[in-house]
Write a protein that binds this ligand. Structure first.
Ligand code: IMP
Length: 504
């Protein structure tokens, strides 16, 4: 006979945190929001950690290269969506990995006999105004000089003249020799008062460029998440169907983490996929599994599949109709607490810590904070990121307001049958588990993440904690009644937001 759990399934909005003692050291500037991504042994640290505990959902309407670049620069991580051809997903990862971080391959190159008109066209095409000139116009050709838009006047000079007449010739260019460190390159830029430093190899071929603006940018984004080659860190969603083809191709780009993207991760298919990747690539890449909603499923993925992190959540996503369609799922708060409790037991027994990610259904900043207080090491969000400028969807004006489309991976639009079907072969799409919707545009990823992190740090100080693990350890939560929920919003006042008509 079916067993019925004693506990009612609960959501984040049913809880509030009770403040703990705040002392002088509990100030936002002392707070770290770093979170482990990979499993680690007691006394050791994770081989990959986030600086900001947010990751993007592996979804067509959320996670492209622009999102991955923007979020990694803020210390979080994106999982580039896998419901696309392998080569296309690889290209997106390639874009992130080559984005910048010190030594950049030059993407705007000219031959000496190219005309000024060619230079202007190239600048328009790439958006870059510094263009090295090499013998064959390739990014690693023999370096002859450099031309920028400051070297000519578009409306005065003869646009048919060769760039060699206008470029700064190699003998007059300050350059670095291949092998120089990034620090040395930046010192050279500073001492020589230059904006760009070409790096040349022993044969005088162009290797890369170092820009002052990248240094400034880096200093403005201290949480930036970089790999050991100083490239942005990026993840990829994968499925349990074509991983033997997909994973090797994505590994060519040295992707940092995989997330096996499945609506129900308590399966042998996940175990087989995770073990296969581990066998091929060892610990060079982080492997996450999920989604699950109970302790047994966590233990299965931790022990049998040996995944690095476990993702929690079935049916809570904003565009999700899995619970309605199939009758599976669990209130996200209950699911998360069941799994984090099992994670803690597992850690006590084995000394191995497996990070847990709360995925889906986070409707506002408070719920993100509650999820982290309940022991999630980091959170995955779709809607939150879909609303930003960097999501890969076009802006649409509806009734005078700007929106972006946001659709579930289980919707007819995405047709990501791999996420929703089990095993091999079942590649038909018989019913939807997600909807096609719109979300309002709220600004850049940086705008929204900065606000959320500021609130998070402030709450962590209220609880008397300086790290996320201390936050979860010290957190005391209370369940709230419907009446106190009402009291939690504005009450007994006329709200500008809710009660008064607004101009559109
Ligand atoms: P959100 O942050 O509430 O928008 O939820 C995003 C999460 O919903 C994703 O990370 C997935 O786990 C899940 N998801 C994505 N597409 C679908 C779908 O079509 N049906 C059900 N869940 C989905």
């Amino acid at each position: 006979m079916a067993r019925i759990l004693d506990e009612v399934s609960r959501t984040f909005s049913e809880y509030l945190l009770i403040p703990g003692l705040t002392t002088g050291e509990h100030q936002p500037r002392n707070v770290s929001t770093s979170a482990p991504l990979g499993r680690f042994k007691s006394g050791e640290t994770s081989r990959l950690s986030l600086n900001t505990p947010f990751v993007t959902s592996s979804m067509q309407s959320v996670s492209g290269s622009d999102m991955a670049i923007a979020l990694a620069r803020l210390g979080g991580l994106s999982f580039i969506f896998c419901s696309q051809p392998i080569e296309q997903q690889k290209q997106m990862i390639h874009r992130v990995k080559t984005h910048k971080a010190g030594f950049v391959a030059s993407d705007s190159n000219l031959r000496p006999d190219n005309t000024l008109r060619d230079a202007i066209a190239l600048k328009k095409y790439t958006g870059h105004s510094t263009m090295p000139v090499t013998d064959d116009g390739s990014k690693n050709g023999k370096f002859l000089g450099i031309i920028t838009d400051k070297d000519f006047w578009e409306f005065e000079d003869d646009l048919n003249a060769p760039v060699s007449d206008f470029m700064t010739e190699r003998d007059n260019v300050v350059y670095g020799e291949f092998g120089i460190t990034l620090h040395e390159a930046n010192v050279l830029l500073q001492n020589q008062k230059k904006e760009c430093l070409p790096i040349l190899d022993n044969d005088g071929r162009l290797h890369s460029l170092v820009f002052k603006k990248d240094y400034v940018d880096h200093m403005n984004n201290p949480a930036e998440l970089l790999d050991n080659k100083k490239r942005l860190v990026v993840g990829a969603g994968i499925n349990t169907h074509d991983y033997k083809e997909r994973v090797p191709v994505l590994m060519e780009e040295e992707v940092d983490a995989f997330c096996i993207d499945s609506s129900d991760g308590y399966s042998e298919y996940q175990k087989e996929a995770a073990l296969w990747i581990r066998q091929q690539y060892g610990d060079t890449v982080v492997i996450g599994g999920g989604n699950v909603v109970n302790g047994d499923a966590f233990r299965y993925l931790a022990e049998q599949a040996k995944v690095d992190f476990v993702k929690v959540g079935i049916g809570g996503g904003s565009i999700c109709i899995t619970r309605e369609q199939k009758g599976i799922g669990r209130g996200q708060a209950s699911a998360l607490m069941a799994v984090t409790a099992e994670r803690d037991r597992y850690f006590k027994e084995t000394g191995i810590y497996i990070p847990v990610c709360s995925d889906g259904g986070l409707a506002n900043d408070t719920q993100i904070i509650i999820a982290l207080a309940m022991g999630a090491d980091f959170v995955m969000m779709g809607r939150y990121f879909a609303m930003t400028n960097e999501s890969p969807t076009p802006r649409v004006s509806i009734g005078g307001r700007i929106y972006k489309p946001y659709w579930g991976e289980g919707s007819n639009r995405a047709r990501n049958w791999q996420r929703y079907s089990l095993g091999e072969g079942d590649n038909s799409f018989k019913f939807e588990e997600g909807v096609d919707a719109y979300v309002p545009v709220v600004g850049s990823v940086k705008d929204v993440v900065d606000v959320t992190v500021t609130k998070l740090k402030s709450t962590m100080c209220n609880i008397g904690s300086l790290t996320l693990s201390e936050f979860a350890e010290k957190a005391v939560l209370t369940r709230i009644s419907e009446q106190s929920f009402v009291e939690g919003g504005t009450s007994n006042v006329v709200s500008l937001d809710k009660d008064l008509p607004r101009e559109v």
